[in-house]
Write a protein that binds this ligand. Structure first.
Ligand SMILES: Nc1ncnc2c1ncn2[C@@H]1O[C@H](COP(=O)(O)OP(=O)(O)OP(=O)(O)O)[C@@H](O)[C@H]1O
Ligand SMILES: [Mg+2]
Length: 320
């Protein structure tokens, strides 16, 4: 079941110019994913969504992590804060779809697809960006989100353990460098998209929790990552340092980007740097500004139609 829209229309950012031909505008889908748990997917989804809202875009968010619901919890906290805050607290239109749990895998997939497609269908004309947070575990919805991404962001820590889900880090030369399970998911998503609508997925790896003192190990990881980028066709963005501000405001539903200074809170140099890091990240992503035209919409529809007809055929076969 799709949960109802959590926020009122009035919560939309005021800077949006409603006169810009809404029928031509189509949402750019940003999926934040990595099979490595705790790499910073939810933290990045939160900061990215808030940054885009603050830039005046209309943003929808989808939380596909049905177990943890971190993104949903954050926006629930933010919504309560918005009611009393002395300054503008922007909110996205948020969806937290539940996963179908019947005994049949096919029925579950078909139901999950329908709910997901409905959420996208509701926002694709009126919102400029959809930010999707995903779970670390492999699932149908997680793969579906990948195949829908216009921009795919994978946060990762400066560690060979994090790199091991992309390419095998192994002492044995024969096994070393083999494409690993998460990279395979992305390759498969890209392959399907190419077959169906010739769509491209811009895959951006974002280093997260970078230590302030660069270690020898971090340099080695960075070097290996840049080599791998050529092979697996991703870009590497500068990313975020490990900073308390990126985690301490979660219970309030706030981020380093919010107007903390107006609440008599003097910003520390680290907090100012955190803001700059988010701004740099958004600019490194090279997202389309004020998307116009039907490119994304068209490719999404072709892709959804291919999947819908697949499920229709399955259902018809079952009924025979
Ligand atoms: N740049 C950062 N600076 C400081 N703390 C961070 C940073 N990024 C993430 N964290 C913290 O690291 C932990 C994991 O982050 P997060 O929950 O965003 O990861 P995740 O990939 O969504 O995890 P999961 O796979 O469990 O969904 C959290 O405690 C978060 O507050
Ligand atoms: Mg998470």
């Amino acid at each position: 079941m799709l949960r109802k829209q959590m926020y009122p229309e009035s919560a939309r950012p005021m800077t949006f110019d409603a006169s810009e031909a809404p029928e031509l505008r189509t949402a750019h889908v940003i999926v934040v994913a990595n099979e490595k748990g705790g790499s910073g997917k939810s933290t990045m989804s939160i900061h990215l969504a808030v940054a885009l809202l603050k830039a005046g875009y209309r943003v929808a968010t989808i939380d596909l992590d049905v177990r943890q619901r971190t993104l949903t919890r954050f926006f629930e906290n933010r919504e309560s804060w918005a009611r009393t805050a002395p300054w503008a607290v922007e909110l996205p239109r948020h969806f937290a779809p539940d996963r179908a749990e019947t005994a049949s895998v096919q029925d579950n997939e078909s139901a999950d697809f329908a709910v997901f497609a409905e959420a996208i269908g509701e926002v694709e004309h009126e919102y400029e960006f959809v930010v999707i947070d995903t779970p670390a575990s492999d699932s149908y919805l997680m793969r579906l989100a990948h195949s829908l991404a216009d921009t795919l962001i994978s946060p990762m820590n400066d560690s060979f353990i994090d790199m091991d889900v992309l390419s095998r880090v192994h002492h044995d030369r024969v096994k070393r460098g083999m494409v690993a399970q998460y990279a395979e998911i992305v390759i498969e998503a890209r392959r399907k998209r190419r077959l169906v609508d010739n769509g491209l997925i811009d895959w951006v790896l974002v280093r997260n929790r970078i230590a302030s003192l660069q270690s020898n190990n971090a340099r080695q990881v960075d070097h290996a990552l840049r080599k791998l980028a050529v092979e697996l066709q991703f870009r590497v963005a500068e990313g975020l340092h490990d900073r308390v501000i990126f985690r301490e405001l979660f219970p309030l539903g706030l981020t380093a980007l919010d107007a903390l200074e107006t609440a008599n809170h003097t910003l520390t140099p680290s907090q100012l740097s955190a803001r700059r890091e988010i701004e740099t990240l958004v600019s490194d992503l090279r997202l389309p500004s004020r998307v116009e035209g039907g490119d994304y919409l068209e490719s999404r529809h072709i892709w959804f139609e291919a999947l819908s007809s697949y499920y229709r055929e399955l259902t018809a076969k079952k009924a025979d």
